[in-house]
Each structure stands twice: as C-alpha cells, then as structure tokens.
Design a protein around this ligand. Structure first.
Ligand SMILES: [Zn+2]
Length: 281
C-alpha cells in the first residue's frame, strides 16, 4: 500500500476511531500510521473533541425526531445487511428500540466503510448544532452587554449631575441664604450660592401646591430690580429645587425671593413674594 493510499484510508477511519468503534487489525494499522503522521494525529484529536462535545450538545439541540428516526432506521438496516453478508437481499427497517446493536458485538467485526462515513456525518451534524447553540448564547450575551452598557451610561450621567451639584455646594467660598416666611407650616428655602463658580442651588420646603398653569419662580434681587431665575414646581411634600448660573455681579445680589407666576416664568415678578432671604446676612 502506498503511503498516500494508507493516509487516505486512515483519514476515512479516523471518525470511527474517535467514536471508539474500531477494533483488531484495523485499529492496529491505524495507530501504526498515526505514529508517523502528525496530520492524522491532529485530525483524530479534533474528532475526539467533537465527539465529546456531541455528548454535551445532544440534550440541548436534538435532531428533529422524524429525521433522527430515519437516519437510525437506515443505519440499522445497513448494519443488519452487513452482518448477514450477501444473504440480505432486502433492506430491513426495524424499530430502533428493538434492534439496537450492542457496541460489544459491533466491535467484533471490522468497521464497514459506510459506518465511518455515518460517524463523520453525525459529528458534522452535532458540530453544526453545537455551533448554532453557541451562536444563540453569544447573541444573548451581546444583548445583555448592550443593555448593561445603556444602564451604565444612564448611571454615569446621573452621577455627573450629582457631582456638579456637589461641586457647586461644597466649596469653602459657598454662602448660604435662608429664606423664611411667617405663615403656619411655613414655607422656607435655602440657597447655596457659589460666588466663585457663579452658580446657585436652591431648595424650598413646605411650599403650597400651585394651581394648574402656575409655577414658582426664583428671583435674585439687585439694586436695579429683580433678575429672573428658573421656575420650579414643588412635589407632593411641598419640596422643590432649582439650580442655575447667574451673571449678576456678586456684590449686587442683595436678596433672594420666590413668587408664584405663570408656568415658564416671567422677566419681572407679578405674584406676591412667598419667601425671601437677605443675601447680606
Ligand atoms: Zn496520515
């Protein structure tokens, strides 16, 4: 037998060896060839891995029952024909559960070429199913990753806002203006005012609910008159907050006040002053 022919024969039988289905002379011949052929050794190694993957994959991605029954019936019919040699004139189609050939008896005879081919086909089917299930898992992991990274983006932007608020509040230069009222369950407010960053963060408490179409508006009171700041709407607990930047010179801010105005606010106040605090305190 030429080396090339031997190599081809061994290649054809490798799948059967991976399934531990070779015996006797055929197995010895195969291993004698393997000793001198790295390509066949590598091929056998990968077929063995594939065969062990099949064991894990089969329960998750079974063949369609009709298809696997047809394949099994064909294999069994061929096996029966081989066992009886030339006597088998007609193919025998047997129910799989009654005609499964025990591995021990199969091992006693040399492996027919068709079984090696069938083993290759089964490995290919199994690898296809395995690849399919891997692809499914990868795509579900990709979706989870995308969703986590969206969550992370939201958290980071919330965190950045909080940090900006804290930075505006926390400096040694920050001044606090307390706004008070004389009413019962009195509304009150506290303005954290950073004259270096020229930003303020204002909190109000116990504010009465506003009517529809109305909001509270914050004012910076200067000698030239009130300077409009943003509007806000208190929550159910009467608390509200607003933050912003200003470009009034620091020394001109004499007081801070809150009025009720049409939603969106006005350039000059029209409502009564609800709370007021002195910036010069
Ligand atoms: Zn070889």
């Amino acid at each position: 037998m030429s080396l090339d022919t031997e190599h081809e024969n061994v290649q054809a039988a490798l799948a059967a060896e991976a399934l531990d289905a070779l015996d006797g002379e055929e197995r010895e011949a195969l291993h004698a060839h393997l000793a001198g052929c790295a390509e066949c050794r590598a091929e056998l190694e990968s077929l063995r891995e594939a065969a062990s993957l099949l064991a894990h994959t089969a329960p998750h991605v079974p063949l369609a029952p009709a298809r696997s029954d047809r394949i099994r019936a064909r294999l069994l019919a061929r096996a029966a024909a081989d066992v009886r040699g030339g006597e088998a004139a007609e193919p025998v189609v047997a129910a799989p559960e009654t005609r499964v050939i025990p591995i021990a008896s199969r091992r006693r005879s040399a492996l027919p070429a068709w079984l090696a081919a069938a083993a290759s086909v089964l490995i290919a089917i199994g690898l296809g199913a395995y690849a399919l299930s891997l692809r499914g898992r990868v795509s579900s992991l990709e979706q989870q990753t995308a969703s986590l990274s969206r969550d992370r983006g939201r958290l980071e932007s919330t965190l950045a806002e909080r940090e900006a608020t804290l930075a505006a509040l926390a400096g040694p230069e920050v001044r606090v203006i307390t706004l008070a009222s004389t009413q019962e369950r009195a509304p009150s407010g506290r303005m954290f005012w950073n004259p270096v960053r020229r930003r303020y963060t204002f909190f109000a408490y116990n504010l009465p609910q506003v009517r529809p179409g109305r909001e509270y508006q914050l004012w910076l009171i200067t000698p030239a008159g009130p300077v409009a700041a943003p509007t806000f709407r208190p929550g159910r607990d009467g608390a509200g907050s607003v933050e912003g930047a200003y470009d009034v010179p620091n020394e001109q801010i004499r007081a801070v006040a809150v009025t009720e105005e049409p939603a969106g606010g006005l350039p000059k106040p029209t409502g009564e002053v609800l709370i007021v605090g002195n910036a010069a305190e």
